[in-house]
Design a protein around this ligand. Sequence first.
Ligand code: UT7
Length: 312
Amino acid sequence: MTKAGIYGMGSYIGDKVITNADFEKKIDTSDEWIRTRTGIEERRFASDGIESSDMAYESAKKAIEHAEISPEDIDLILVATVTPDMAFPTVSTQIQEKLGAKNAAAMDISAACAGFIYGMVTAQQFIENGVYKHILVVGVEKLSKVIDMADRNTAVLFGDGAGAAILGPVSEHRGILAFELGADGTGGSHINLKGPHIEMNGREVFKFAVRQMGDSSIRVIEKAGLTKEDIDFLVPHQANIRIMESARERLDLPIEKMSKTVHKYGNTSSASIPMAMVEELNEGKIKDGDVLVLVGFGAGLVWGSVALVWGR
Ligand code: UT7
C-alpha cells in the first residue's frame, strides 16, 4: 500500500513581539502568573494588513521550496484555520491564486487547534488511495483579531502564525503509521467564538486537554504497533506547558524529546504543531527515520494524533 509522508515544511511567525510585560501595562496580570500557569513568556502578533492568507502563503512558499516541487505539482490545498480573512472565499483558494497552484483543488478545514492534524489525516487518505500525489496542508491563525485584549483569561494566551507541509507518497519505511481523530461536541461551550471574541472556560478545557493529549498519544502509538520507547519526538499542540508536560510524562519521555515553542509564540491554534516542527527541523533535531508523535486538541471539543516516521 502507498504510504503518505511529509516532503517539506515551512512557517511564518507573526512580526510583532508582545511580551508579558506589555500585558502588565494594560490589564490586571503579571509576568509571574503567565509564566507559571502557562509557560508563555512572549507571543507574536501579525501587524495590521497581514492577514491569515498572507501568513499561509509565506509558509506554503517555504514548504514547496523545501519539498523541491513546484506549485503546479500540487493537487489539493487544505488550510486549517478558525480565523480566515473572511467567510468566503477560503484561505485555501486565496493562496491557490497567490502560489499559482493552478492544478490544485482547495478547501478550508475547521477543527480549531487540531486542524493541522485533521488536515494531515485528510491528505493521507487521498495519497494512500492514489487519487492525489502532492497535497499542501497549512495551519494558520490570526488570533489577535478575535481576542478581547481586556480579558485576562484569554488575552495573554494566544499568538499569530502559520505552518505548512507538503505531503506525498513515500517509501515503505517512512510516512504516517497511524492516526486517531475524535470529537466531543458536549464540551462545545467551553471554548467558542460566538461573538467578536473568544470565550473560554479555561479550567474545563485544561482538564479535557490533559486527559485527551495523553490518551490520544497512547492510542496512536498502540495503533502504529509501537511502544513508548520507540518515540523519538513528541510534538504537542502548544497551548500550555503544563498540558504539554502531562502528555510527555504519560509517554515517559525525557524533556529533550518534546518540542517546545509555547514560551515564545504562545498558542497559535492550528499553526502551533507545524510551526514547532519547523523549529526542530531548522535546529536539525528531527532526522530521517525518526518516529514522531503529533498530538493536538481544541475547540469543538476535538482532538487528533498522528504517528509517523520522518523522511520520504
Ligand atoms: O488551544 C486550546 C485553547 N485553550 C487552552 O488551552 C486553555 C486551557 N486552560 C489553561 O491553559 C488554563 O486553565 C489557564 C492558563 C487558562 C488558566 O490557568 P488555571 O491554573 O486553570 O487558572 P484558573 O482558571 O483556575 O484561574 C485561577 C485564577 C482565577 O482567579 P480567581 O477566580 O481564583 O480569583 C483567574 O481569574 O487566575 C486568574 N487569572 C489570572 N490572573 C492573572 C486568569 N487569567 C489571569 C491572568 N493573570 N492572565
